[in-house]
Design a protein around this ligand. Structure first.
Ligand code: HEC
Ligand code: HEC
Ligand code: HEC
Ligand code: HEC
Length: 218
């Protein structure tokens, strides 16, 4: 009896995840990740009307991400975050981080989608079609000043450093490691939704602390 009750309680806490996800996808339209002509940002196409096409398509996509349509970065020697205090060792960008860096490393055209011989023309980009080096969204190949990414967050790492908790705290499982156990750009950011926080771009929760304290105890 008590077991059944607990089962239902657990189900109820899981249900709210569903609407949050679909909301996320729809608001890409109002965000700077709408790179089509209807987008609100400065970097956008003068004529392309499709919104998802810059990142996803339905055919001939890459296995590197879900129906991934952007050319992924060819760079293999990013400077990763390193400090003696760390228990883990960031790897070269993998998983969703590699997808983000397909535009945000500034080496590849924003309109460089698969299957086109020339990138989709874009406004306010650099000479190679990339996010200009003058903008904050161009990270270059130096990730040493960015929170460690493509680093494992597992029980042994968490137990080895005081400031990490285990298991991660978010009951919605929105913030946290990816399915392979890595911290990625998507541990903090949701590329489809810029509506959760007024302060932090494409943030997964309303506040800074709600994101950080999923994994950390400060
Ligand atoms: C600027 C890039 C970008 C755009 C534009 C974009 N997405 Fe995504 N999308 C991503 C990335 C990156 C992932 C992988 C996230 C991950 O692995 O955590 C993803 C994942 C997904 C997934 C898999 C489930 C999930 O949420 O992880 C779906 C479904 C999806 N996107 C739908 C869409 C639709 C529909 C549109 C257009 C309305 C769209 N996306 C536009 C970057 C984008
Ligand atoms: C998905 C889990 C996760 C989230 C969310 C997260 N972190 Fe981390 N953080 C880690 C892991 C794992 C490390 C690497 C720890 C190690 O290997 O020693 C780390 C490392 C750090 C470090 C560097 C520690 C050092 O030894 O140099 C700082 C500082 C930090 N995080 C702050 C933050 C802040 C601030 C936020 C919120 C904006 C945040 N973290 C969100 C998992 C997370
Ligand atoms: C198809 C190219 C593309 C991909 C892939 C992409 N972005 Fe972006 N992103 C952009 C562009 C272009 C902007 C607007 C930059 C500007 O206006 O300076 C942007 C803006 C942002 C911003 C807001 C920056 C600001 O100045 O307000 C964040 C945060 C961001 N992206 C995170 C991500 C993350 C995280 C991923 C991966 C999950 C990702 N992006 C994948 C192209 C991309
Ligand atoms: C631990 C959480 C965390 C991770 C992981 C993370 N970011 Fe961010 N990101 C932030 C915060 C917080 C800000 C707002 C910074 C500020 O206001 O100074 C931000 C800002 C940005 C911006 C806006 C430009 C700027 O510097 O303000 C972009 C673009 C961005 N992130 C992309 C990425 C990409 C791409 C990755 C993966 C390589 C990534 N982020 C990983 C927390 C994170």
């Amino acid at each position: 009896m008590i077991r059944q009750f607990l089962g239902i309680m657990i189900l109820l806490t899981l249900i709210p995840c569903q609407p949050a996800r679909s909301e996320g996808s729809s608001s890409v339209f109002e965000s700077r990740h709408n790179l089509s002509a209807s987008g609100p940002g400065e970097i956008k196409s003068p004529s392309e009307t499709r919104v998802c096409i810059f990142c996803h398509s339905t055919h001939n996509t890459s296995k590197e991400g879900p129906l991934w349509n952007h050319q992924t970065t060819a760079q293999k020697s990013f400077t990763t975050y390193k400090r003696a205090t760390m228990s883990g060792q960031p790897e070269q960008p993998n998983g969703a981080t590699k997808l983000c860096l397909s535009c945000h490393d500034g080496t590849i055209a924003v309109g460089a989608v698969r299957g086109l011989s020339r990138p989709i023309p874009m406004q306010n980009v650099g000479s190679g079609g990339e996010i200009p080096a003058t903008r904050k969204g161009n990270f270059s190949l130096d990730l040493s000043g960015t929170h460690p990414v493509s680093v494992k967050y597992k029980q042994s790492t968490a137990l080895a450093v005081k400031h990490l908790r285990w298991p991660p705290l978010d009951p919605e499982k929105s913030v946290g490691p990816d399915a392979d156990g890595y911290v990625q750009c998507t541990s903090c950011h949701d590329p489809h939704d810029n509506s959760k926080s007024d302060r932090y771009p494409f943030w997964k929760k309303a506040t800074f602390d709600e994101v950080c304290l999923t994994c950390h105890t400060f």
